[in-house]
Design a protein around this ligand. Structure first.
Ligand SMILES: Cc1cc2nc3c(=O)[nH]c(=O)nc-3n(C[C@H](O)[C@H](O)[C@H](O)COP(=O)(O)O)c2cc1C
Length: 154
């Protein structure tokens, strides 16, 4: 097996939490993408990073100073996770009334909502590492986080 195959296999062994990154573009269009690459960077300042493929529809709307929400999903959000990770479902991403679309779009019934402003963008080959400064954060006390391992929801 090649190095890339071995690496892919190793990464599939990780258990990921699944989130949807959502924002509204300068053209006033709503965007959402399923992501597992979210991690905290620091507590002071409160900050996170997320890696976004340059080919993703949302990629070019993520600019320094723009705002977005990381919606940590619950086990009830498997369908929405699929909708936001399938190009064919692009039109259906915001049809559910689970969304609050009054400002930065966010999921009302998420495990957690972490609102960020883009502070730094680091380009790395196929991806951009987005560093977001957190300006608001809320969560549910009962943990029911949607997880993903070896290519399936766990
Ligand atoms: C569980 C899961 C995690 C994902 N994590 C990421 C991620 O961290 N970054 C990324 O760019 N794409 C990630 N993807 C792939 C995107 O969700 C998918 O390619 C999406 O369709 C891209 O958006 P678009 O259809 O609007 O172009 C993930 C997909 C799944 C199912």
């Amino acid at each position: 097996m090649s190095l890339q195959d071995n690496f892919r296999k190793a990464m599939r062994s990780y258990v990921y939490s699944v989130s949807i990154l959502s924002n509204v573009s300068e053209k006033n269009e709503h965007h959402a993408i399923t992501v597992s690459s979210v991690t905290s960077v620091s507590i002071d300042p409160p900050s996170i990073l997320v890696c976004i493929n340059k080919s993703a529809g949302i990629h070019d709307t993520i600019k320094i100073g723009t705002r977005f929400c990381i919606n940590l999903l619950t086990k009830n959000h498997e369908d929405l996770s699929n909708v936001c990770s399938s190009y064919k479902e692009e039109k259906n991403r915001f049809t559910s009334d689970q969304w609050d679309l009054s400002g930065i779009p966010f999921l009302k019934d998420a495990q957690a909502n972490i609102f960020c402003e883009v502070d730094e963008l680091v380009e790395y080959h196929t991806h951009t590492i987005v560093i977001g400064k957190v300006f608001e954060s809320s969560n549910r006390d009962t943990i029911n986080t949607l997880t993903y391992v070896d290519g399936s929801y766990a």
